[in-house]
Design a protein around this ligand. Structure first.
Ligand code: NAD
Ligand code: UDP
Length: 318
């Protein structure tokens, strides 16, 4: 039986990934400090270590075949509440994952983010873009932590030939998000269900591209199934020095349109749209170019925003 370590496996994406790994007959070990994850999210059958990844070392782990590094709060509200811990989690968490991968000759997946592009200069965002990121703002703990993490992955690949691969995840949503997660889709749905004001930040003209979680998990499985030599050949052929892939849904929506769509799907809601101050450094637009993922993985998202929202609304109703 293959062993997989999932850092952050009690969180939203990590819980879906752990469930799929279990279905595939893996022995799954989740490590999570439950900052933004919950025990209820952890599927039955998983071995759970309630620990902080910044306080662990390689010797704390058995030999494993695969490592998924997802530990890090992803909602601006939660990462900004603990900015120093967030930056350290990104850096120490990825170092620990890389060291375990190096020791065990294991495959490793690092969850990076579209935030490494910052407030993008080019649109849509390609893997070749270097980003436009503030180093001293409220989002910096997350954005810069994730950028350093990508750098560490790259150097471990170059120096130690570690079998690591990075995904840059674009806004992903679905069941198992926290009610008070703070991200836009969970906020709008919970507000609409409670009849509270729907809080649009700024004028709602900023855009995001929303991916349903099952599309992301499918891409992760396809990415991890590729052997190191094939992966290296592919990325060399597209002139990228290490494996790094955008994974997201390229359909782009304004936040105002999203709010209206959520209200349309919850017709019983008495909520009104209200406009609040735009947080600092909030990216004005975001859409992934997924040309490379399509080519390498023979993958593209199949869940529309409409059906993904319906599933997520049912989850929050329950
Ligand atoms: P999440 O906040 O739901 O999950 C993160 C998990 O990591 C939580 O269970 C949390 O308790 C755990 N965690 C945080 N700090 C930890 C620490 N120091 N030690 C141990 N566990 C810790 O977020 P998510 O949406 O599931 O995101 C998972 C990963 O994917 C994150 O690395 C995030 O940066 C990345 N990502 C997510 C999105 C998205 O839209 N959901 C987009 C880009 C990147
Ligand atoms: N947003 C909003 N209302 C909310 C929460 C978020 O208008 O209640 C906006 C936010 O300003 C941003 C977009 O929705 O422009 C996506 O925010 P989220 O926190 O989900 O993710 P991120 O900004 O990290 O992409």
């Amino acid at each position: 039986m293959k062993k997989a370590l999932v850092f952050g496996g009690a969180g939203f994406i990590g819980s879906h990934l752990s469930a799929e790994l279990l279905k595939d007959d893996y022995h799954v070990i989740v490590v999570d400090n439950l900052y933004t994850g919950t025990k209820a999210n952890i599927p039955e059958g998983v071995e759970f270590l309630e620990r902080d990844v910044t306080a662990l070392c390689v010797a704390d782990f058995p030999k494993v075949d695969e490592i998924y590094n997802l530990a890090c709060p992803a909602s601006p509200v939660h990462y900004q509440a603990r900015p120093i811990e967030t930056a350290l989690t990104s850096i120490k968490g990825v170092l620990l994952s890389l060291e375990i991968a190096r020791r065990d000759k294991a495959k490793m997946l690092h969850a990076s983010t579209s935030e490494i592009y910052g407030d993008p200069i080019k649109h849509p965002q390609e893997e070749y873009d270097w980003g436009n990121v503030n180093t001293i703002g409220w989002r910096s703990c997350y954005d810069e932590g994730k950028r350093v993490a990508e750098t560490l992955v790259s150097d471990y690949v170059r120096l130690y030939d570690v079998d690591a691969r990075t995904i840059r995840i674009f806004n992903t949503y679905g069941p198992n998000m926290l009610r008070d997660d703070g991200r836009v889709i969970s906020n709008f749905i919970v507000q609409a269900l409670k009849g509270e004001d729907i809080t649009i930040y700024g004028e709602g003209t900023q855009t995001r591209s929303f991916q349903y979680v099952t599309d992301l998990v499918n891409a992760v499985f396809k990415y991890m199934a590729i052997e190191k030599s094939e992966l290296r050949r592919f990325f060399a052929s597209v002139r990228l020095p290490i494996p790094v892939l955008n994974i997201g849904n390229p359909e782009e929506y304004t936040i105002k349109r999203l709010a209206k769509d959520v209200l349309r799907l919850i017709p019983e809601s008495s909520s009104r749209l209200v406009f609040k101050a735009l947080p600092s450094d909030d990216p004005k637009k975001r859409r992934p170019d997924i040309t490379l993922a399509k080519k390498l993985l023979d993958w593209e998202p199949v869940v529309s925003l409409e059906s993904g929202l319906k599933e997520t609304i049912s989850y929050f109703k329950r």
